[in-house]
Each structure stands twice: as structure tokens, then as C-alpha cells.
Write a protein that binds this ligand. Structure first.
Ligand SMILES: Nc1ncnc2c1ncn2[C@@H]1O[C@H](COP(=O)(O)OP(=O)(O)O)[C@@H](O)[C@H]1O
Ligand SMILES: [Mg+2]
Length: 358
């Protein structure tokens, strides 16, 4: 039998999606094959403290892991000749070799290239896209520019506003002129996630406040035309030669797919077998692959689209570390395409190591 690999699952993080990361990581931990892997668990608190923990997935999910007395402070070893971590109190740290890190981190300081760069320097293979790919996908303005330049997909018209030296009311005036008074619009932070800081704006009077709300999350924001249509998502898996799942659909209970609809509202549901013309499904899958390649993703990504009544396919966004909760679309799409959750994790770990040796 092959030797067991040591995989460190990283969760939490200094991010508006800290809680979602914990739920995703708990799912991953429950599904990982313990015969194949020695699993290490490391949490990052909201204030940025790293700890090696032996807490159960349930305690990771509900946040009580943080007060586990067995937790030990964790330090990344910047010795690429002996990749791993040190855990323990000062002066009494022990080295833990690690084969692969699975950063189950969403949003800022986790999905945006920061952790990826750190692991790269430490010589530790990790699941998912590298620093540049992660950073470009995290930033909706950067994604739009790259996708547009490559003519990889149709996108909603948008304008980008930087906070520095800009008065929100003046910005609202400018955006209103840019869209020639047409509403609804969506205002969103460039680098957030889980719909945090996003507002659907139906009239001019609400635009200033929406811009302020987005600026509270990020110094760069997007004002975008609203696309009326269905919300479809596809899962991509692989390095240079990726494969793409079938198309899934989100049915939103609320006005749009906001934070509550995503995680709290039982009215929202998803389907991995939506009713779609074959040709449309094919086009969406091809477009997703084109975007994945354009953005130089590795390992995995979920690519999200709108489909209008008239059949227009509009790319919305790409996530390099999509949700991994038990109701999340990414694992569900692979399940429907014949790759079960534990096999999916195996493949992600294999892809992480494959990339490292290239
Ligand atoms: N241009 C748009 N037209 C219509 N709905 C949108 C638009 N932009 C965002 N939304 C709605 O807001 C949700 C969250 O926006 P999204 O860009 O996916 O950000 P996040 O990274 O937070 O998921 C989408 O799932 C969709 O319901
Ligand atoms: Mg989204």
C-alpha cells in the first residue's frame, strides 16, 4: 500500500467568509479518506492567529474549536528543504512535515493569493490556483478585464470606482450618468464574496448608500447593469488540461442570491440537472473552460453565469475556492458527473502535487 500522505486542512481566516470556510472545512474533513491521509487541522482565527487543533469537525463548524485547550500555536516553516510547520509554545515547538495543504479558505487572505504565495515560498504543495491566478479571480474588476481582453465570454456592462479621494455621492452621480439613468444596477466590492457588501439598486436615490456599503468592504467597487435571468454554475477541475462538470442552477428565494439566501434561507435551492437546451449547456461548459484557461486557474474553480430569457449567456464571476459545504454546488456537480466527494478530494490533492513537480 502507498504511504499515507500528510494533508493539512486550513480553515477560518481573516475574511468576511470566515464562518463559511469553517463549514466547508468541516465537510471536507468528514469526507477525507483516513486510510490514505494523515490529517492535520489548522484554524486561523478572525484576528489572524494560526493554531493546530485536534477539534472535531462539529467544533470547527460551530466555532468552539477556538477555545480547545489542546490547540497549539502554529508557525509556517520557511525551510523549503524540509517543508512543514512548527507547532507548540515558544521554545517547545515540534516540526510537522506536510505533503499538501488544502486551504479551505474563502475570500480575502485565503482565496486571494496571499496564503498561496506563502505556501509557495515554504515549498509546500497546495490545492488550487497559485498566487497570480487566485488574486486575479478574487478581484472582479481584474477578472472582467482579463476575460474581456481574451474575448472569452459576454459580460455585464460595468464601471469601476476607487474609494481614495472619491465622494460617494459624486461617484453615484457619475455611475448614474454612465448607465444613462437605467436601473436596476448591482453595486459590489471588487474583492469580497458570499454577497457581502452587495446591493441591488432600483433607483437613483439608493445608489449613494449602496456605494458606501460596498466601500465599507473594499477600496475598489463595481457598478454593474443587472442581468435578468437564470443563475447557472459549472465546476472545473484540473491543471493544464481541465475537465468541466454539467451545469447546475441556483433558485433564489430572495431578491437576489445574497448572504441570507446562500446560507440561511431554506427557500433557496439548487439543481444539478436543470432543464436546459443541450446547445446552451454545451456553450456554457465551453465558455467556463475558456475562462478557466484565461485566468490560469489550477486545481479547481466554479464558474458562474446568467442565462437571459433570450438565450444570452453572461459570465458573472469565478471562484477559485468555491463553497465545500454539504449543500454546495461544486461537490454536488461532481457527484452528479460521477465523481463522489472523497474521490474529488483525492483528485484535488493529486493535482496539487502534480503541479508542484512540473
Ligand atoms: N449584474 C448582475 N445582475 C443580476 N444579478 C447579479 C448581478 N451581479 C450580482 N448579482 C446577484 O448577486 C449575487 C452575488 O453576486 P456575485 O457577483 O456572484 O458576488 P459574490 O462573489 O459575493 O458571490 C449573484 O449570485 C446574483 O444573484
Ligand atoms: Mg457569486
Amino acid at each position: 500500500m502507498e504511504q499515507k500522505k500528510t494533508v493539512l486542512v486550513l480553515f477560518g481566516g481573516v475574511s468576511s467568509e470566515h464562518e463559511i470556510s469553517r463549514i466547508s472545512a468541516a465537510s471536507v474533513l468528514k469526507q477525507m479518506n483516513r486510510e490514505k491521509y494523515t490529517i492535520l487541522k489548522a484554524g486561523i482565527t478572525k484576528t489572524g492567529k494560526w493554531m493546530l487543533t485536534e477539534s472535531a469537525p462539529e467544533a470547527i463548524e460551530d466555532g468552539t474549536w477556538e477555545s480547545d485547550p489542546a490547540n497549539r500555536p502554529l508557525l509556517l516553516s520557511l525551510n523549503a528543504e524540509n517543508p512543514g510547520f512548527y507547532a507548540g509554545d515558544e521554545g517547545r515547538q515540534e516540526h510537522h512535515g506536510v505533503d499538501v495543504v488544502f486551504p479551505v479558505l474563502h475570500g480575502r487572505n485565503g482565496e486571494d493569493g496571499t496564503v498561496q504565495g506563502m505556501l509557495q515560498m515554504a515549498g509546500i504543495p497546495y490545492v488550487g490556483s497559485d498566487t497570480a491566478g487566485s488574486a486575479a479571480c478574487m478581484d472582479k474588476a481584474m477578472t472582467k478585464a482579463l476575460v474581456s481582453q481574451a474575448e472569452a465570454a459576454d459580460q455585464a456592462k460595468c464601471c469601476i470606482i476607487h474609494r481614495i479621494g472619491v465622494d460617494p455621492e459624486e461617484a453615484a452621480e457619475g455611475a448614474d450618468a454612465f448607465f444613462e439613468g437605467r436601473y436596476p444596477l448591482f453595486v459590489k466590492p471588487a474583492r469580497a464574496g458570499s454577497s457581502v457588501g452587495i446591493t441591488k439598486v432600483k433607483e437613483r436615490g439608493a445608489l449613494g448608500q449602496a456605494i458606501r456599503t460596498a466601500f465599507a468592504q473594499d477600496s475598489k467597487i463595481l457598478v454593474e447593469e443587472a442581468i435578468a435571468g437564470r443563475e447557472l454554475e459549472v465546476a472545473v477541475l484540473g491543471n493544464e488540461d481541465p475537465v468541466v462538470s454539467g451545469v447546475g442552477e441556483i433558485f433564489t428565494a430572495g431578491e437576489f442570491y445574497d448572504y441570507e439566501a446562500k446560507y440561511d434561507d431554506i427557500g433557496s435551492r439548487t439543481s444539478v440537472k436543470p432543464d436546459l437546451p443541450e446547445e446552451t449547456e454545451l456553450q456554457i461548459r465551453e465558455t467556463a473552460l475558456r475562462i478557466y484557461r484565461t485566468m490560469e486557474c489550477r486545481g479547481l474553480a466554479r464558474v458562474d453565469f446568467f442565462l437571459t430569457e433570450g438565450g444570452r449567456i453572461v459570465f458573472n464571476e469565478i471562484n477559485t475556492m468555491p463553497g465545500f459545504t454539504k449543500i454546495s454546488m461544486y461537490p454536488a456537480l461532481w457527484e452528479a458527473s460521477g465523481i463522489g466527494y472523497p474521490a474529488l478530494i483525492d483528485e484535488l490533492i493529486r493535482l496539487a502535487e502534480e503541479r508542484e513537480t512540473q
